[in-house]
Design a protein around this ligand. Structure first.
Ligand SMILES: NC(=O)c1ccc[n+]([C@@H]2O[C@H](COP(=O)([O-])OP(=O)(O)OC[C@H]3O[C@@H](n4cnc5c(N)ncnc54)[C@H](OP(=O)(O)O)[C@@H]3O)[C@@H](O)[C@H]2O)c1
Length: 340
């Protein structure tokens, strides 16, 4: 059986290019006792992968030429010689940018069994996956925004930002998104149900943000960092809170560039709280999140949007699109059919 893999061809410099990746055919190893064979169905593409490839993301070694690219997948166990996994089970596993993966039975908390009845399978990589858990941790566990307060989030069309704003709205906040195109803003307001969304590529976007937040900003859930973070924090209310979730505007920087600095004096002047968020701290509470989110999803109160392509060989092109901000919704690669 052949296994199509995407490997690193060379370390990206700045924005990644498709030529940084190579698509190769490899053989699938025979199973030994204690192993199982996973068939990847959906591959999640996430901004952290840019740093992971370069060895800048926590827990990830810098990749070398010929290494399979890191990636979390929704997979099906095809064959098993492992007592904990049965053929036919759906799991989320770090199985990389490839069609098949032989697992040695990683630690239990590195593989998540999926209840296929809760939602479409792909949702387990987005709204019911790591990005959804991130949003929930930021909104429910760190920010806990008050009823009637104003909650602003960047990258609002994506799985983290889109879910965070919807959860804040469900808590009774005014939810205002910031996104990089009018098309994304329409998704954020019309589909996700935010109160407003501002396109930060418009010249007067900070005035538009002021108009969208007539009572100022109480909570800012930041996914992008850089100049947008600088501008939004100027509009924070006294005693506001900033959830530092991501700095995607800085991920493509060259390895020798210091990146954009932030003026932390604003936090002093505003007596604001800045809270760092690392989703890995909340993995033990995945069950709690799913219990809260699955009924909302079923009732149509929590919406999601996928941006998918077909075929593992399309992963590099789709990743380049993501790292240039050109995805609208959760970036996914459909690697194989849901059922064989
Ligand atoms: N703290 C944690 O534990 C944790 C966990 C998961 C994710 N995150 C972070 O959460 C953020 C959102 O993740 P996601 O999966 O939901 O991603 P996403 O929104 O699907 O995609 C990233 C988005 O970032 C925006 N962006 C802003 N400046 C950009 C730039 N210079 N280059 C490229 N994109 C830019 C783009 O949207 P616009 O066009 O709307 O700007 C782009 O679509 C990321 O920063 C990610 O690293 C953090």
């Amino acid at each position: 059986m052949h296994n199509t893999q995407v490997q690193l061809a060379k370390q990206p410099e700045g924005n990644p290019k498709t030529s940084d990746f190579q698509v190769v055919k490899a053989d699938v190893a025979k199973l030994s006792d204690g192993q199982f064979l996973a068939r990847n169905i959906y591959l999640s593409l996430d901004p952290y992968m840019r740093g992971a490839i370069a060895g800048r993301h926590m827990g990830h070694q810098r990749l070398n030429q010929g290494d399979v690219i890191y990636g979390r997948c929704l997979a099906e166990v095809m064959e098993s010689k492992h007592p904990g996994y049965k053929a036919g089970e759906n799991i989320v596993i770090e199985s990389g940018w490839q069609e098949y993966y032989v697992s040695g039975g990683e630690a239990d908390d590195e593989i998540r069994k999926v209840d296929a009845t809760l939602a479409p399978l792909a949702a387990n990589l987005g709204v019911l996956g790591m990005p959804g858990l991130t949003a929930w941790a930021g909104v429910e566990k760190l920010a806990n925004p008050a009823l009637g307060s104003t909650f602003v989030v960047t990258a609002a069309a994506g799985p983290v930002g889109g879910t965070a704003g919807q959860l804040a709205k469900i808590k009774g906040c005014r939810a205002v998104g910031i996104a990089g195109s009018d098309k994304k803003c329409r998704l954020v307001v019309n589909e996700y149900g935010f109160d407003a969304c501002v396109n930060y590529k418009n010249k007067n976007w900070t005035d538009e943000l002021k108009a969208a937040c007539p009572n100022g900003i109480d909570t800012y859930f930041d996914n992008v960092g850089g100049p947008v973070l600088d501008a939004v924090t100027q509009q924070l209310n006294l005693y506001g809170k900033v959830i530092m979730c991501g700095l995607v505007s800085q991920y493509n920087r060259a390895s020798d560039s210091p990146g954009h600095g932030h003026n932390l004096g604003v936090f002093v002047g505003k007596r604001a709280q800045l809270l760092g968020l690392v989703v890995y701290d909340y993995y033990a509470r995945f069950g709690e999140y799913l219990k809260a989110a699955a009924p909302l999803l079923k009732a149509g109160r929590l919406k999601f949007h996928d941006d998918r392509v077909e075929g593992i060989d399309k992963a590099p092109e789709h990743f380049v699109k993501l790292m240039n901000g050109l995805n609208t919704g959760k970036a996914l690669v459909a690697v194989g059919p849901e059922k064989l």
